[in-house]
Design a protein around this ligand. Sequence first.
Ligand code: WTA
Length: 566
Amino acid sequence: MRDSVLPPHSGGSHIQKEYKEGEPFDWRNVHDVFTWSKSGQVNMAYECIDRHVNAGKGAHRALYYIGKGKAITYTYHELQSEVSRWANVLRRYGVGKGDYVFVFLPKHPYGYIAMLAAIRIGAVVGPLFEAFMEEAVKDRINDCEGKYLITDQSFMDRVNKEEIPSLRHIFTTDSGNDTTEISIVEEARVESSFSEVEWVDLEDGLNIHYTSGSTGKPKGIIHAHRNMIQQYQTGRWVLDLHENDVYWCTAHPGWVTGTVYGVFAPLLNGVTVVIHGGRFSAEAWYQVLEEAGVTVWYSAPTAFRMLQAEGEDLQKKFDLSSLRHILSVGEPLNPEVIYWAYETLGLRIHDTWWMTETGAQLIANVPTRTIKPGSMGRPIPGIEVSILDEEGSPLPAFETGHLAIRTSWPSIMKEVWKNKQKFNSYFPYGEDWYIAGDLAYLDEDGYVFFQGRSDDMINSSGERIGPFEVESKLIEHPAIKEAGVIGKPDDVRGEIVKAFVTINHGYDWGEELFKEVRLFVKDKLAAHAAPREIEVLEELPKTQISGKLLRRELKKREQERATFSS
Ligand code: WTA
């Protein structure tokens, strides 16, 4: 019989030494960690790099890249020099405070340097997922009229310059064959390794991430430099980062986890950040854990499930004894996976919950707490959670309702780009409560149990997909008349994208057309958005009065089918 709870870590964590469970926590305590300029201002990039160099830790390893070819290392001092050189190039081409700089690069140190250089000079960075195709890239940059893009020549066939008129300069990380692009690596070589920091206010813009909901195109969520407070502190208390840790977050910075917990939180805590390029393979991932000697590992349930499916024989080939702390985010973490890690690695997986909009973790299994498999954990110190009914009144334990967070916390989004209405929609019951859009219940100890989304957003392998964006793309294909897209439950990916469509006259539905339509979405948007299943219907379910698509009906249909077939 498996235990229904897993006991806390044996000692040594920061939170154990610094916090007594149940005590109130004041986020202002964290302010002392940072360097404040004479004008009382800050800069995230400075806190991530210069603060450590100034404290005599310049020789400490900051980045450790394992990918194609030889491993690449940057010490904090080298990172400071390189970021400064890039910052000087960007400045020379007119990039300045408040400008939007998009970064479209693979998982590679250049992506980190690009982001930190832009932030150093006060620009707002917009990381793009490396697998985005032409339209996904275009929509995002056009939406906030981005002026600058840092990318790689091999990505340029997905950047349609003619259709992004706001772009003033494109920088590439390799020598360009097109004279209109600026080779930032080459130009940085001749720059000084010193650059002035642009001091900014805590409230000034830091980054923009486009994220999906159930309606409309992805929205630009803008975050401010004040995020450093909570990102530093969760890096310390939830990730439990100690100076000598070798830390690996498997997410690409195009997703919020890859930026916040792949770049900011670990660097704010002065640890060594592992970067691994390339796609998922169980063998390659175990290899990275062993070769880099990873001590703290932050990944997602789908990846853990895929590793589990590869079996223990593969895992046993690797020396994973350096691992000390494992965390998960992005989608429900099934108890099965927690037990797998506990039994094969002797470690608990610590689930964490947050969203692009929240800017940092809010609910988590911190090292000192008992884990209840199936629960995401409890609110971290300084955060208050409630479950509200449809009227906005708190519900008792074990009743499912809207997951709500009491405002405000340091890393809450600053705004939704040019969309006050969307911003306000997160606060339907007044400004005291932020409504996540997730459904959940609390148990008698305040542990939060995720129950699903209250809207139609799809979560496949932890990636957030808006059905509207996929539906819009599907109907651009000449064979498709109408489309309704839902998340279909899946054992490995949590959900897969499933489309229901009606077909135009003259088209024969079959394997060939299915492949063509799937590829159409994949080539224009991104592979993860392309439906894995497409089912043809005579008619899509709609509301009688307004003719609005009823995705709920499609979901119900799918669920009933699953029940009958199992
Ligand atoms: C979901 C990712 C279950 C949730 C950091 C949320 C989770 C959305 C968990 C945000 C978790 C995140 N268990 N579901 N531990 N963490 N989610 O913006 O539905 O990409 O609203 O941020 O992912 O996704 P986003």
